[in-house]
Design a protein around this ligand. Structure first.
Ligand code: PMV
Length: 313
C-alpha cells in the first residue's frame, strides 16, 4: 500500500525578525513543492530516501540520539507504525532549494505527516498539521509553527505571537522572483545578532518595531486592493528596516538593487545573512527581472502564491 502527499514551500513577505518581538508577520505559500511517498513494507525497518542522503533504522530508536536532517520523517514513521507490525519506506522529492529559508523543512514535515499517517488512517488537515509541528520540533525546538501552518493551508497568512495565525482571504495576482545568494545562513545566529543590536540600542529598535507594525497594517489594505506598485514600495521600506538591524551584506544588497531597479520592490526573505531575496513583479516586468538576475549569474526562479496547500493523492 502506497500513500503520496505534497506540500508547498513559503516566503516571509513582511515582518521577519520583528515578529520575534511581537510584531505581526505576513507569509505566503509558494508554488514549489515537496512530495513524499510512503509505503508499508514487510521488513520491520524504516527506510528514508532523499536527494540529501538516506537513512535506514530499526524502529523505536531514541529520537534525540539520531543525528540526521531526515529525523522528522523517522519520528513520524516510528510514531505511526507503533504496534502495527510493519516497516515503512519513504521517498522525498523536492523542487524547493533546501535550507535557504523557503520552508523546505516545514513542507517536508507537512507532506511527510500526511503521506505517513494516511497509510494507517484518514487524517484531517488539522491532525496532519499537529503531527507536522511535532515532527519539526525534533529539529527546531522553538518553531512557532507558522511555516507548517502556511504549508498546510496555502495562501497568505498573518501571524503574531499573541494572536497566532489568521488566513488572509485576499488573492493578489503577483509573481515573485526569488534569487538565491547561495550563502549558507544559520537562522539561530542571525536572530542572536539582532538581539545584540536591540540590546545595544533599545530606542532605535523600538521605533523600528512601531514602523514595521504600521507597515504591516498598511500592507493588509494594499493586499485587498491588489495595489502591486504600492506593495512594492512597502517591500522596499521593509528592506530598509532589515538593513538597519544588520542582517544584510554586500551580495544581498547587490541582488536587492537588481530587484528594486527591475521590479516593483525587493527585500530579503527570512533570516538574512545569506539565503534568498525576492522581487515583486507582474506580467509587465517578470521576464526582464529574471533576465537581469541571470545575466549577473544569480540563481533565480519565479513563483506565484500557492492557494492549495497540502495535497494528498
Ligand atoms: O530563515 P527563515 O525563513 O526560517 O525565517 C526566520 C524568521 C525569523 O523571523 C528571522 C525568526 C523567527 O523565528 O521568526
Amino acid at each position: 500500500m502506497k500513500s503520496k502527499a505534497s506540500a508547498p514551500g513559503k516566503v516571509i513577505l513582511f515582518g521577519e525578525h520583528f515578529v520575534v518581538y511581537g510584531v505581526k508577520t505576513i507569509l505566503c505559500a509558494i508554488n514549489k513543492r515537496i512530495t513524499v511517498t510512503a509505503e508499508k513494507i514487510e521488513e520491520n525497518k524504516i527506510y528514508i530516501k532523499s536527494n540529501i542522503g538516506n537513512l535506514v533504522l530499526e524502529p523505536n530508536k531514541i529520537i534525540s540520539e539520531i543525528n540526521s536532517p531526515l529525523k522528522p520523517f523517522y519520528y513520524l514513521a516510528n510514531k505511526m507504525s507503533k504496534d502495527q507490525n510493519t516497516g515503512i519506506k519513504i521517498e522525498i522529492e523536492s523542487d524547493i532549494p533546501l535550507g535557504v529559508g523557503l520552508g523546505s523543512s516545514s513542507a517536508c514535515c507537512v507532506a511527510g505527516a500526511a503521506a505517513i499517517s494516511r497509510l494507517f488512517k484518514n487524517t484531517s488537515n488539522e491532525e496532519i498539521l499537529e503531527l507536522a509541528i511535532e515532527a519539526e520540533k525534533t529539529i527546531f525546538e522553538n518553531t512557532s509553527g507558522a511555516d507548517c501552518t502556511v504549508c498546510t493551508y496555502g495562501g497568505i497568512m498573518i501571524y503574531d505571537k499573541e494572536n497566532g495565525f489568521n488566513k488572509i482571504e485576499s488573492e493578489p495576482n503577483f509573481h515573485l522572483v526569488i534569487a538565491n545568494s547561495n550563502i549558507e545562513h544559520s537562522t539561530k545566529t542571525v536572530v542572536a545578532n539582532v538581539k545584540q543590536f536591540k540590546e545595544k540600542d533599545e530606542k532605535t529598535f523600538s521605533i523600528l518595531c512601531d514602523k514595521e507594525s504600521q507597515l504591516v497594517d498598511d500592507v493588509l489594505k494594499l493586499l485587498k486592493e491588489n495595489d502591486i506598485k504600492e506593495l512594492g514600495n512597502k517591500i522596499n521600506k521593509n528592506q530598509e528596516y532589515l538593513e538597519t538591524i544588520g542582517i544584510s551584506n554586500e551580495k544581498l544588497r547587490n541582488m536587492i538593487k537588481i530587484g528594486q531597479n527591475e521590479a516593483f520592490g525587493a527585500k530579503i526573505t527570512g533570516a538574512g545573512g545569506g539565503g534568498c531575496i525576492f522581487a515583486l513583479t507582474d506580467e509587465t516586468n517578470l521576464e526582464q527581472t529574471m533576465e537581469k538576475f541571470k545575466s549577473e549569474n544569480y540563481d533565480c526562479f519565479s513563483v506565484k502564491i500557492d492557494f492549495q496547500g497540502l495535497d494528498t493523492f
